[in-house]
Design a binder for this molecule. Structure first.
Ligand SMILES: [Fe+2]
Ligand SMILES: [Fe+2]
Length: 136
């Protein structure tokens, strides 16, 4: 199972979002650990729910920040968040315990998306905010 490690190279240059990204990484790792250590479904389900819930909170915060700063790519970025949440809604997490192939597919998707999104869309947002703050 992949493990996500946050380091300074993943900073988007905006502290409150960086802190939330660190938390997403650690929730994702907790979910991996729950599966790897063969925990029962309630424990795995709790980790899945934590990830879904925290991702929702984080996306709302980012979208509010985008509006506050008048970010021009707000709609495109928000759409990426929506597609991710929709995709998660399609996964049958409950079947992961008995289907290692499915578990692997889900985890690779999650890890890839989280790393890709934070290092592209979120970095663009961070650069924009830094520019705005520098203008003040
Ligand atoms: Fe983000
Ligand atoms: Fe984002």
């Amino acid at each position: 199972m992949p493990e996500l490690t946050w380091d300074q190279s993943k900073s988007i240059g905006f502290e409150s979002i960086d802190e939330q990204h660190k938390k997403i990484f650690s929730i994702f790792n907790a979910l991996c650990l729950a599966l790897e250590t063969n925990q029962e479904w309630p424990a795995v389900k709790k980790a899945v729910d934590d990830l879904l819930q925290y991702a929702g909170t984080h996306f709302r915060d980012e979208e509010r920040i985008m509006r506050d700063y008048g970010y021009p790519d707000e709609r495109k970025h928000t759409r990426e968040h929506e597609l991710f949440i929709n995709k998660l809604g399609q996964f049958e997490f409950g079947k992961m315990l008995n289907d290692p192939g499915l578990a692997n597919e889900i985890f690779m998707f999650l890890a890839d998306w989280i790393v890709e999104h934070t290092s592209t869309e979120d970095v663009c947002l961070g650069v924009f905010i830094q520019k705005k703050l520098a203008e003040k």
